[in-house]
Ligand binder design. Sequence first.
Ligand code: HEC
Ligand code: HEC
Length: 227
Amino acid sequence: MKPWHTRLILAFILGFGLTAHALAWEYDPDIGEEINEVCAGCHGEYGQGGKDGEYPRLASQPEAYIAEQLHLFRDRKRPNLAMVEYVDDRQMPDEDILNIAHYLQGIKLKTKLPPVNENDPGFDAYARLIESKKLMQIPRTEGNIEKGRDLYHHECASCHGRSGQGSRKKAVPMLAGQYTSYLWRQVKKLRKHIRIHDPDEPDEELLDDFNDTEIRDIFAWLSTVDD
Ligand code: HEC
Ligand code: HEC
């Protein structure tokens, strides 16, 4: 056992080192783009997700949330067989997590393309093709939209944001613009405590207070937000 002052000095050096390290980190878009090539295999080139929600959308997701989930996958606290080999320490050091999270938050997907003016001499077919790949709109799902909106605003908006956009400050994911099938899969995992919904109350699952019809109504409203 080292004397207490040696330990204190060590702790100080270590603490200072880590702080200096975090402060020294600077976003590098090239690294973000490079890492994204790996993710794109499943989550799409623009983070738009795929296979109807088997792979969730990551574009515009709050970066703090993306980073947190990557840490949970890396530490095996959130199971994800598909991603295991991509997120171990060697493959995905902390700085890479910060870079890719920031990169993905910055991708904006449109829900509609502006109308084309055929006679516009500046019309660029290639640019339009790229734009059309960055489109994503959640198809309307069944349910009572009015009831869903009310429930959502009373029970979910305080964390997930007024229009389901998530919270950058509180690391809460967006729900509007995410595949409905993916959200249902997560509801099951949250109810089974495979994922923890609210870290302040890890033993309580807040979705336990809602039946499937209520959740269906909430998701029906969420599916209209991007119309
Ligand atoms: C082999 C396919 C695959 C690759 C490659 C992959 N993922 Fe995933 N990812 C998944 C699957 C499947 C899920 C959903 C797991 C679930 O249902 O809980 C997921 C979930 C996620 C989530 C959680 C999203 C949410 O809203 O909860 C994040 C964040 C994520 N991936 C980031 C990444 C990043 C960043 C990369 C690249 C470094 C990456 N993934 C590469 C398959 C993949
Ligand atoms: C106290 C804040 C809070 C409230 C209230 C809340 N959530 Fe969440 N929700 C979170 C957080 C934080 C996460 C991310 C959990 C994690 O880190 O895995 C989350 C995750 C989710 C997910 C998984 C999304 C994904 O991309 O993986 C779903 C689905 C969800 N919440 C639905 C709801 C619904 C529906 C309501 C209202 C009935 C609700 N939440 C209310 C904080 C909250």
